[in-house]
Structure formats: structure tokens, C-alpha cells
Design a protein around this ligand. Structure first.
Ligand SMILES: [Mg+2]
Length: 121
């Protein structure tokens, strides 16, 4: 499905869902940023107190990957709403940021390294 779906199509569906419920009035950037962060916390909650092995088992289980997918989708939906609330072109922002990250983390210096860009030397 990812291969044939555009960000624009997903944004349109999310906005239609929101507008059918007249929820735009609640969707200011501050509240959407909070909702996004809360949903990201729900991803962490799924893994909380589990060992690395338990997390691996969880994400390989049918129920585990379903739950993780639900929370990742919640994050993505709020990300779309947040971008819409400030008229941000997500694809452009993604492109600019990944390009910038490529400058900060050139392959020859960062490949296989977990160092932050200012410690790459
Ligand atoms: Mg959730």
C-alpha cells in the first residue's frame, strides 16, 4: 500500500476525518504537538520494562505488531494534522532535513558510528 499512496492522499483522508467531526477548532499547534508526543509515549509504553528479547518477541507476534502499528499510525496522523495546522509541506521539510543531515553526517565519517555530528572529527 505504501508504494501507491502519496502523502497528499493521506493528508486529505486525515483532514476529511477531522472536518466531518468539526475538530479543527481543537487542532492548534500546541495541542497537536502534545498529542503527537503523547502518542509517541504510547509507543514507548508498549516496550516499557520489557527486555530486548521480549521486545523482539512482541514485535514478531501478531498482536504485538498490530498494537505497534496502531500507535505508529496515531503518531503519523497527528504529524499530518500538525503539519496541516502550520501549512507545512511535509515532503519539502523531509527533503530539506534529510539533505541537512547528509551534510552533518557524511558517509565517510559517520558510517558505522553512533557519534553525534559534532563529535565526528
Ligand atoms: Mg494511541
Amino acid at each position: 500500500m505504501d508504494e501507491k499512496t502519496t502523502v497528499r492522499q493521506l493528508m486529505k483522508r486525515a483532514i476529511e476525518f477531522r472536518d466531518e467531526r468539526n475538530w479543527k477548532q481543537f487542532h492548534d499547534p500546541k495541542n497537536l504537538a502534545a498529542a503527537l508526543s503523547i502518542e509517541a509515549g504510547e509507543i514507548q509504553e508498549l516496550f516499557l520494562w520489557k527486555s530486548k528479547e521480549e521486545v523482539e518477541r512482541f514485535v514478531r507476534s501478531k498482536e504485538g505488531i498490530k498494537r505497534l502499528g496502531e500507535e505508529i499510525a496515531d503518531v503519523f496522523i497527528y504529524l499530518l494534522f500538525l503539519a496541516d495546522s502550520v501549512d507545512l509541506d511535509l515532503s519539502r521539510a523531509f527533503d530539506r532535513k534529510l539533505t541537512e543531515n547528509g551534510r552533518k553526517y557524511p558517509v565517510e565519517k559517520s558510517r558505522g558510528s553512533n557519534r553525534k555530528y559534532d563529535m565526528l572529527g
